[in-house]
Design a protein around this ligand. Structure first.
Ligand code: C2E
Ligand code: CA
Ligand code: CA
Length: 565
């Protein structure tokens, strides 16, 4: 610490230089130090985010050092010493800095030394870019970003302002990118953004959420007007837009909801809106779908329940548990594995099956945490079963939103290593819904996991349009045939020939076949002849909590066999 206090004149000069720095800084935060007095001014946002004592500080380098991660401190201190001793005139480093809430953000700090006429270091100034700081403006379209969307939504909820929210997006953008290139894809998004800005912004805020999805929030338009705006927009894009001598016809999807009940949080609202949007995309050919929560008692209760389920993820997953449904060898009926299935239970609602809440939670930022918990719990339970049935394979369901995360494979490996689980005995089930992901990304994930020994199954085969395409393009170990194809196999000849086609195709691609939904001995007898590898269904057992499952398993691998009973 220098013993001299800064003079008024020096402070005034520091301020004016600081202002100049701030103007050019854009998305970075600036600092400026008068080295003679070791007196600095730091931008307000840094002071607030990191809990620094004030915008004006003596000895700021030392104060900042206390916020830097202990492992990064030495490098930081050395860098700073070089600056103050005159050895270096520039500084460019990355470190982790602790925020007010105790979390670390990765920051890049770039600084330069400005010397006076005699060449003596005079100012040290620069910018700190906080990599975790989220921009409220989308750089491609100029609209507010999803962070802006959430900020605005939170404030409407907080102030109890009734609003209508619409989510609209361009269908098949991934394919457009593939056919015409990203350049055209980006131009389409820009065009879409501009359209929104021109047609709705005077009556509401417009936002780019992510990828091809946009949103508007309006306090003025009612549902009917919003629906009309969407139809106009659809018409406009259906006629085609002209880009680079091309006329590109675009199909849109959209969901909408009205918010009049302020007893919900922003994420719940977003999930409901998403559900409406996905419904429009998957089942309604782009027609506008309205999420109904007009406080009919039933839908309100449902929303409250979903809200509670969501909150349990943050509360140590309280209420969540797994049940296990055995998978048996089709020929011998010996236990070879089990599928882990998620449940949620609480006093008020009883046991809630996953179909009710998984589609709702899938896109929630908390979902990957739950996915990790499911995997870890399933692996630990499976280890107990393996003491009785050494080759036991545990199947864990994945949701497509989990796989989309950049660190998904790392999470899987970390869980496998943490539990010491033999990876060849883990099988991950992916569903048809995964086709919504980018095919290259999906392929990468699957190939990486398989290269490490993990097995991959395609779940619910036959229920979507692209089952066969998926099997052709992606290497699966097992194909699980959906129960809807075998429900009537005892009476229906067509189901038999379909099953035959499926098993033929699976064997062409080197995959085994598991048939789900076996409910009777008659079904087993017929299906066994079709080269099927394994069975799963109520005939053998309903999904069981781990204690019940274990008490069966203790009787050996034939514990679920029916033929000998
Ligand atoms: P799924 O993966 O196709 O799971 C099989 C579903 O069929 C289970 O329903 C199971 O109880 C039911 N089932 C099994 N045998 C029979 C039978 O013989 N007859 C009939 N009628 N049904 C049978 P459940 O447990 O309600 O799960 C529903 C869906 O929820 C699952 O379908 C899966 O897509 C999803 N899910 C369940 N657990 C998880 C999970 O941990 N993560 C993810 N991402 N999804 C899960
Ligand atoms: Ca499954
Ligand atoms: Ca299934």
């Amino acid at each position: 610490m220098k013993d001299q206090r800064i003079t008024e004149e020096a402070k005034r000069r520091l301020d004016s230089l600081f202002e100049a720095f701030s103007i050019v800084a854009e998305e970075t935060q600036v600092f400026l130090c008068n080295m003679e007095y070791d007196y600095s001014r730091w931008s307000k946002e840094l002071v607030e985010t990191f809990g620094l004592p004030s915008e004006y500080m003596y000895d700021a380098g030392l104060i900042w050092e206390r916020h830097i991660h202990p492992d990064d401190r030495k490098a930081y201190r050395e860098g700073l010493e070089d600056i103050f001793s005159g050895k270096q005139l520039g500084h460019d480093m990355q470190y982790r800095a602790k925020r007010l809430n105790g979390e670390y953000d990765i920051c890049t700090c770039r600084g330069i030394v400005i010397v006076d006429e005699s060449g003596k270091p005079f100012y040290f100034g620069g910018a700190i870019r906080n990599h975790s700081q989220r921009s409220h403006i989308d750089t491609l379209t100029g609209l507010r970003s999803q962070y802006g969307f959430f900020d605005d939504l939170k404030s409407y909820i907080h102030n109890k302002v009734p609003i209508r929210i619409g989510m609209a997006g361009v269908g098949k953008l991934a394919e457009i990118n593939e056919v015409y290139g990203y350049h055209i894809g980006n131009m389409i998004l820009q065009h879409f953004g501009r359209y929104l800005m021109e047609h709705v912004t005077n009556r509401g805020g417009s936002y780019r959420l992510d990828g091809s999805r946009f949103a508007i929030i309006s306090t003025l338009l009612d549902e009917k007007q919003l629906a009309q705006s969407y139809e106009d927009m659809r018409e406009h894009f259906r006629k085609g837009i002209k880009l680079d001598n091309l006329n590109i016809i675009l199909e849109l999807n959209a969901g909408m909801l009205s918010l009049n009940d302020f007893n919900v949080d922003d994420q719940t609202v977003y999930s409901c809106l998403n559900m409406a949007y996905e419904e429009s995309k998957l089942n309604k050919h782009g027609d506008l779908v309205t999420f109904r929560n007009e406080l009919t008692t039933e839908s309100r209760k449902r929303l409250e329940m979903l809200h509670k389920i969501r909150a349990s993820i943050a509360k140590d997953f309280s209420g969540f548990y797994l049940v296990y449904q055995p998978v048996v060898d089709a020929a011998t009926e010996k236990l070879i594995g089990a599928e882990a299935l998620l449940r949620w239970r609480n006093e008020e609602y009883g046991t809630v099956p996953p179909d009710i809440f998984i589609p709702f939670l899938e896109k929630d930022p908390l979902f990957p945490k739950l996915g990790e918990w499911i995997m870890e719990t399933a692996l630990r339970d499976a280890q107990k079963v393996m003491e009785y049935v050494p080759g036991f394979v545990i199947n864990v369901n994945l949701s497509y939103a989990q796989m989309e995360k950049a660190d998904f494979t790392d999470i899987v490996w970390n869980t496998v290593w943490r539990t010491g689980f033999p990876q060849e005995q883990l099988c991950l089930e992916v569903t048809e819904r995964c086709r919504l992901l980018d095919m290259e990304l999906l392929k990468n994930v699957i190939v990486t996991l398989r290269a490490g020994g993990i097995r991959i199954a395609l779940d619910d085969f036959g229920t979507g349009f692209s089952s066969v395409g998926l099997v052709k393009n992606l290497p699966f170990d097992t194909i699980k045939i959906d129960r809807s194809f075998v429900q009537n196999i005892e009476q229906d000849e067509r189901e038999k020939s379909l099953l035959n086609n499926f098993t033929d195709m699976a064997s062409t691609y080197g995959a085994k076949v598991c048939v789900e939904g076996i409910e009777t001995s008659g079904m087993c007898d017929i299906i066994r002849d079709y080269g099927v590898h394994s069975f799963q269904g109520y005939y053998y057992s309903k999904p069981l909590p781990i204690d019940e499952f274990m008490s069966r398993v203790e009787n050996g691998p034939e514990c679920f066999a029916r033929a000998k009973q």
